[in-house]
Design a protein around this ligand. Sequence first.
Ligand code: FAD
Length: 388
Amino acid sequence: MGAAEQEETFSDIREGIRKLCARFPGAYWQELDAERRYPTEFVTALASEGWLSVLIPEEYGGSGLGLSAAIAVLEEVHRSGCNGGAAHAQMYTMGTLLRHGSEEQKARYLPKIASGELRLQAFGVTEPTSGTDTTRIRTFAKRDGDDYVVNGQKIWISRAEHSDLMVLLVRTTPREECAKPTDGISVLLVDMRDAVDNGLTIRPIRTMLNHATTELFFDDLRVPAENLIGEEGKGFRYILSGMNAERILIASECIGDARFFIDRASAYAKDRSVFGRPIGQNQGIQFPIARAYVQTTAAAAVVDRAAALFDAGVQPGTEANMAKMLASEASWYAADMCVQTHGGFGFAEEYDIERKFRETRLYQVAPISTNLILSHVATHVLGLPKSF
Ligand SMILES: Cc1cc2nc3c(=O)[nH]c(=O)nc-3n(C[C@H](O)[C@H](O)[C@H](O)COP(=O)(O)OP(=O)(O)OC[C@H]3O[C@@H](n4cnc5c(N)ncnc54)[C@H](O)[C@@H]3O)c2cc1C
């Protein structure tokens, strides 16, 4: 099967994304990277052309397509050399609101999120002391009249400075007073426009990639109680389905990255001549490219399956985890292979390889690290004893 054949699914979507991405070439991303600037123009283009509202039902102004269509969007963004990390949360974060919000909340927010008028790009879960152990979050929302008063700290909250709304995970009952550790956690929709400098402070964190990630400090931030999504204390369950969508979407970005690296390495290996022949004629160069292709094709099949299960109404926790792990490992192998194929030029900023290499490394850590996925499979699927 040739590479072109792989792209037959959602070819209209892929074609549309390729056209959009052609307006944002490598030079655009290189400049942003150097300045650590957010790709506002790119995100605005994606939103205004409706690509970020693929998962929002038509009655709320979206295109009402499934995750299988959404993964085609993000895969193609990444294959084109762009990066969806600045925008992808707009696709899945609204799922919590869609599935668990009141009719009134959905009618108020979803049409504006679909049109791009409101940016819902921030998802506040991780905290410095709890790490991956989400039930130990400490950010606390105490009910006071018609408001919740929020105190605490979050870390690695991406796009917070470029978002109008944030889905925020808080404790509303201390862990020790709950029957189960997952009880007593709630979801609030925070209007960032009111919150910043009014109880919420945002501090950017500079990282090895241009990702607009931040630390958040809550000091008596008042959030109207009407912004509670679903029932108080049930929030942990609400965000799990959103996390499955997130993992599958991010897996598709990894598949896009891997295909970007394979495309670039194949082209370079045919073109670059050393010792009087193309470097790609050497099996030492062509086998790693072929291996990357094999691994990526296998990972993509698992990503497609996870998306199809999600669209069928199943919550595919295990498949979403496996898809994310396989895809992030395939993209990392392909990234390393691509640098090696390019020799010294793999390190030159103008080739975009080193930027994509840095970008794709993230996905073995976020949004969930590989060890935690292996632990899920070991205990939930294979019935091995829990280690923690
Ligand atoms: C650039 C970036 C953007 C991010 N964006 C967001 C965001 O928008 N919103 C958000 O909420 N979070 C975000 N995150 C946070 C991300 O989800 C976490 O970093 C990730 O889940 C890992 O958590 P941690 O960093 O606390 O690692 P830790 O939980 O401290 O783990 C550190 C390492 O130890 C391993 N480990 C931990 N416990 C075990 C165990 N029991 N057995 C074996 N190994 C273990 C982990 O696998 C990991 O490799 C972002 C992170 C980064 C770096």
